[in-house]
Write a protein of this length. Structure first.
Length: 101
């Protein structure tokens, strides 16, 4: 979704492709448009926990204003993301939570 004066908000259901790959694809599809936020399941729980450090590292390259992890992101990944980006950028999503982008 392109939010006026902010940029793209990328929604991901359960990002089996990896949120970094999804954001890379979004940036390629919309060159020159800022990526404002990524929201959804980042699929970093269970067997994919091993890629949490590189995912956190690579997310820095997108200069996102908001990161909104949901369901399958997993608590370990959410904790790592909060540590790396802070609570002003990392806002965990939950059922019934309202967001103003």
């Amino acid at each position: 979704m392109h939010v006026r004066d902010k940029g793209l908000v990328v929604f991901s259901a359960c990002s089996h492709a990896g949120i970094v790959n999804v954001l890379t694809h979004a940036r390629a599809c919309f060159p020159g448009v800022k990526l404002h936020a990524a929201m959804g399941g980042f699929h970093l729980s269970g067997p994919t926990e091993a890629i949490i450090p590189e995912t956190v590292r690579d997310l820095h390259g997108f200069s996102l204003d908001l990161i909104l992890p949901a369901h399958c992101t997993g608590w370990r990944a959410v904790n790592a993301l909060v540590g790396a980006f802070g609570e002003a950028v990392l806002v965990p999503a939950a059922v019934g939570k309202l967001f103003s982008l």
